[in-house]
Design a protein around this ligand. Structure first.
Ligand code: ATP
Ligand code: MG
Length: 306
């Protein structure tokens, strides 16, 4: 089920174009990444989803409710953190949650206990926030965003400042929420490696424009996709000479020969090498990383911060 739909979203601040027609969707049970360099427009988009910024053009709907024309119904279904969780440092975690719950109807102490347990803060929730680590603040922030039981959770760079264990715990929590509770999670970051581990799908934004979408853990590779391969053979020079005859992108590297080729061509190439009496020890398809995709997508567009 579709929880978030953004269509042609535009925003100008003081005559400067910040967003230039962003479109995306998030479904129930899915963790969707929003990746882009500093100043790309991630926080601006997230503020607009949460009703904190006005919309110049385009539409945002949450569970089918338009954020502008059906504001309250839309907000009932979304919880989020923009930049950093907004907590009162002199109060305890629980007091913070009690205060926020008083802003909504229908939240009782049982819901507070439930979200505290969910984010694994039961042991420290009665301590003052000023004694918390950053990771603990993030957890209470997520608990706060979940208090009114929203179907969509929107988090702006929640891994900022977390150590690797904190990041793993956050990943496990978000995965639990998505896979067990069917929450849709939309999460921004400028860290590629993190998004790769955490997300089912990512959108890449640069300079206020969407420049790509990528599904992670793709099982069904398309035969027409081009990959880089590494051939380890008994006679690499002979292999290279054969590849050069085909006028393809190839080179000697790391004791083998690299080749850039359509996946569907590889079996015929292996047969040809065998017919030429070249012994093959290994053929590896190199994984295209998100980083390469990101670089190839952002190259050519203006990535410098303006
Ligand atoms: N209130 C504002 N007034 C003027 N310009 C703004 C305002 N808020 C954002 N901008 C500009 O909008 C652009 C996008 O900013 P935004 O905060 O959305 O980027 P971001 O992708 O979240 O970046 P970061 O990774 O640094 O958090 C930037 O050029 C920024 O300077
Ligand atoms: Mg930001």
């Amino acid at each position: 089920m579709e929880l978030l739909r953004i269509e042609g979203l535009k925003k100008k601040i003081k005559k400067k174009k910040i967003l230039n027609g962003i479109s995306l969707t998030v479904n129930s049970g899915e963790i969707v990444g929003f990746l882009g360099p500093n100043g790309a427009g991630k926080t601006t988009t997230i503020k607009m989803i949460l009703g904190l910024f006005s919309i110049d053009a385009g539409h945002i709907s949450i569970c089918g409710h338009d954020v502008v024309s059906d504001f309250e119904k839309a907000m009932e279904q979304v919880g989020g953190i923009v930049e950093n969780p907004d907590l009162y440092k002199r109060l305890t975690g629980r007091e913070n949650l009690e205060y926020f719950s008083s802003l909504y109807p229908h939240i009782d102490t049982t819901s507070i206990d439930e979200v505290v347990k969910l984010v694994k803060m039961s042991g420290r929730i009665d301590d003052k926030v000023k004694t918390y680590s950053l990771g603990m603040c993030q957890r209470v922030g997520i608990a706060q965003a979940l208090l009114h039981n929203p179907r969509l959770l929107v988090l702006d760079e929640p891994t900022n400042g977390l150590d690797p264990i904190g990041i793993k715990e956050l990943r496990d929590l978000l995965r639990y929420l998505a896979k067990e509770a069917g929450v849709g999670v939309f999460i921004s970051s400028h860290l590629l490696s993190e998004m790769e581990l955490m997300c089912d799908r990512i959108y890449i934004i640069d300079n206020g424009a969407m420049i790509g979408e990528k599904a992670m853990h793709q099982q069904n590779l398309i035969e027409d996709d081009v990959f880089s391969y590494s051939f380890l053979t008994a006679d690499n020079n002979k292999t290279l000479a054969y590849f050069q005859e085909m006028q393809t992108n190839c080179a000697l590297e790391n004791g083998g020969v690299s080749l850039v080729m359509k996946r569907s061509e590889i079996p015929a190439i292996i047969k040809a090498l065998i017919e030429k009496d070249i012994n093959i020890y290994a053929v590896n398809q190199k994984q295209r990383t998100l980083e390469q995709d990101f670089i190839s997508m952002t190259t050519g567009s203006k990535t410098q911060i303006q």
